[in-house]
Design a protein around this ligand. Structure first.
Ligand code: F6P
Length: 368
């Protein structure tokens, strides 16, 4: 293994969907690298795309001042830049033509004289990185995603901000639901994982929470809504994950992004379910999709702290010569695991998770 002292210049990139706290990591990595280690730091623009096309800029302290509280990423990001399968053009039928551009990434990595790269990303970025490691690319991963679905990591930064944003929206929906005696559905993000929906649903006092891990029966949900009305509850709040699906059906797909690493974009289940429930219950029903509002805005305090700790831990790993590792949170402590342990895996909500049990005993229905 190469020695830690070989590090002089590091790169940092943010890949995949943006999330609150990315700038806090960029700031922490840059400041720790400059202050503690006297390394040079280069910001790679638009995720791995910057390494494919060679777009890199040096970062100094002033570049990362006043960004701790800012959402998004000052480096830009991309969820289409998988070097092993990169869309170089579109064919006559508007289908992407893919090419393996790993060589270009390795060439640029060497041309910019980078000794290692901090990859701030989710599953897609870690999977792409795993395929570069065998080519002498040295990386340390920092996990981000509002979905909180990265394997081996119990908390990714961005998640708590998204929970807070979604909860705030659900709180606001309560008033209209109660005033108009309606069933109101709120659709949250999260891909195939129900963490965001479960937390926001519980925090927002949802009556029904629908997550991808527990397929729902629409008849049972309709029954619950009617029962509630009979018990004198004039409204029902349903928080539904974009990835939730009926027991006898599929997830609702909104869009296929052909040149993206993970082409399927989920969305629309709330509207579909609202139509079905209106018909089954004769109750007035409305749906709201929170969408990308959940990824935006300033990170909450806890995310700023975790993101800073993760960034600092990444520089510790580099200084210790521990490459191809991902910083993770386990048992409330920061540690690290191999990138291969994380790549291509999702952390889903177990059916017997304590939060599910707590929610059920406080009267929440999961539609099962
Ligand atoms: O992974 C984060 C996430 O926001 C998911 O919750 C969602 O399914 C997806 O990204 C949306 O991606 P895009 O920004 O490409 O529409």
């Amino acid at each position: 293994m190469p020695e830690a002292q070989t590090i002089r210049r590091i790169g940092i990139l943010t890949g995949g969907g943006d999330c609150p706290g990315l700038n806090a990591v960029i700031r922490a990595v840059t400041k720790a690298a400059l202050n503690d280690h006297k390394w040079e730091v280069f910001g790679i623009e638009d995720g791995l795309l910057g390494l494919i096309v060679g777009r890199v800029r040096q970062l100094q302290s002033p570049d990362v001042s006043n960004i701790l509280t800012r959402g998004g990423t000052i480096l830009g990001t991309s969820n289409k830049a998988n070097p092993a399968r990169f869309a170089i053009a579109m064919d006559d039928n508007n289908n992407p033509i893919f090419e393996d551009v790993t060589d270009r990434v390795i060439e640029n990595y060497r041309a910019f004289k980078l000794d290692a790269v901090v990859l701030v990303g989710g599953d897609g970025t870690m999977t792409a990185a795993a395929s570069l490691m065998d080519r002498g690319f040295r990386a340390v991963g920092v996990p981000k995603t509002i979905d909180n679905d990265l394997a081996c990591c119990e908390l990714t930064f961005g998640f708590l901000t998204a929970v807070s944003t979604a909860t705030d929206a659900i709180d606001r929906i309560h008033t209209t639901a109660a005033s108009h005696h309606r069933i109101m559905l709120v659709e949250t993000m999260g891909r195939n994982a129900g963490w965001l929906t479960l937390y926001a649903g519980m925090a927002g006092g949802a009556d029904v929470i629908l997550i991808p891990e527990i397929p729902f029966d629409v008849q049972k949900i309709a029954h619950e809504c009617r029962e509630r009305m009979h018990r004198g509850r004039s409204s029902t709040i349903i928080v539904v994950a974009e990835g939730a699906r009926p027991t006898s059906g599929e997830q609702t797909i909104k869009q296929i992004v052909k040149d993206s690493h993970d082409a399927v974009r989920l969305g629309g289940v709330a509207e579909r379910l609202a139509d079905q429930l209106a018909e089954l219950t004769n109750l007035e029903t409305r749906s709201v999709i929170l969408g990308h509002t959940q990824r935006g805005g300033s990170p909450v305090a806890a995310d700023r702290v975790v993101a800073t700790q993760f960034g600092h831990a990444a520089t510790d790993l580099l200084a210790a010569g521990k490459f191809n590792r991902v910083v993770v949170m386990q048992n409330n402590r920061i540690t690290d695991v191999g990138i291969h342990e994380v790549a291509g895996k999702q952390r889903l909500v177990p059916h017997d998770h304590p939060l599910i049990r707590a929610a059920r005993s406080t009267g929440v229905t999961f539609g099962d």
